[in-house]
Write a new protein. Structure first.
Length: 294
């Protein structure tokens, strides 16, 4: 476990999954602490897929491969390869076991950098093979509701920006995959009130670059944490249907998403796939901003 700190914030990162496991400022923990009663993770990185492939099977060049939800990187041990006062980089390289599930040689780097009240999360995917590589990558951080009283239905608000009146979204309908049926979410001055009933659809998947920033606010609409991103998709999720008292919500920038229900096409032809030519790199990431830390 490594720690990065400045005069605003302190974070901890685990080598297992290169996962951010703590964000503390003003003696307050912002990041969900992985109680398995609700969800036993903090902020996993999703690679080489986001979501599920249909029936956990995908096809590539006449072969079938089995791959579980969100891929395998979150469950592997990374090596710490770079360290300075305000930044760390972890690395994962493909091996014999990953190639059985995912036939593309790669190096995945995950970095963290502190800049004041901002945490920069940095991803680099490198194609070390000799053919085009197809992949997805995404984030899955969970943040505490502020001053939660589980007896009430009040959880706070998500602020999508004042210029947003509605958002289109898709959602999982069968075996973690989507039907492609679209719905419209109506906002109030850009805000969505969060209650245990908010996530009746399980997960909202906003695609087509509708959003570049989402802010989590308390019950008085005071902002306390934001995510900024350039990803074409972002999801929000909380397991509140199964657990009405769940104390967190996830805000998830994605470069990819689950299969459509019944998809049997080629891996490379899945919706929202990323591709890399041999020797090339894909660089992306997102930022977490502690809005109430000045």
């Amino acid at each position: 476990m490594e720690t990065l700190s400045n005069d605003k914030v302190s974070i901890q990162i685990a080598g297992h999954g290169a996962e951010l496991v703590s964000i503390v400022a003003n003696d307050t923990e912002y990041l969900w602490q992985a109680d398995p009663k609700y969800w036993g993770r903090h902020s996993p990185v999703l690679f080489p897929i986001v979501g599920k492939v249909w029936n956990n099977i995908y096809r590539h060049k006449g072969h079938m491969y089995e791959l579980g939800q969100h891929g395998f990187a979150r469950d592997m041990n990374f090596q710490l390869t770079y360290e300075e006062d305000n930044a760390l980089i972890y690395s994962l390289e493909s091996d014999e076991e990953t190639l059985k599930k995912y036939p593309f040689p790669f190096v995945l780097e995950i970095g963290y950098r502190l800049k004041g009240n901002r945490i920069e999360v940095i991803w680099s995917v490198q194609n070390t093979g000799d053919e085009t590589m197809y992949f997805q990558i995404g984030a899955h951080p969970a943040f505490y509701y502020r001053d939660l009283d589980p007896v009430t239905n009040e959880r706070g608000f998500l602020d999508f920006g004042e210029n947003k009146d509605t958002l289109d979204f898709v959602f999982p309908t069968e075996k973690g995959c989507t039907s492609e049926k679209r719905k419209t979410l109506t906002l109030n001055n850009g805000m969505l009130e969060l209650t245990p009933a908010t996530f009746l659809c399980d997960t909202y998947i906003f695609d087509n670059s509708q959003l570049k920033k989402i802010t989590l606010a308390d019950k008085q609409k005071n902002p306390y944490i934001s995510l900024e991103f350039e990803s074409p998709l972002v999801a929000i999720w909380s397991p509140s249907i199964a657990h009405p008292d769940v104390p967190f919500v996830c805000i998830e920038p994605w470069y990819g998403r689950c299969d459509a229900v019944g998809y049997h096409g080629e891996f490379k032809d899945r919706r929202w796939m990323q591709s890399l030519e041999p020797g090339k790199s894909f660089n992306a990431g997102y930022s977490i901003i502690l809005e109430d830390v000045k």
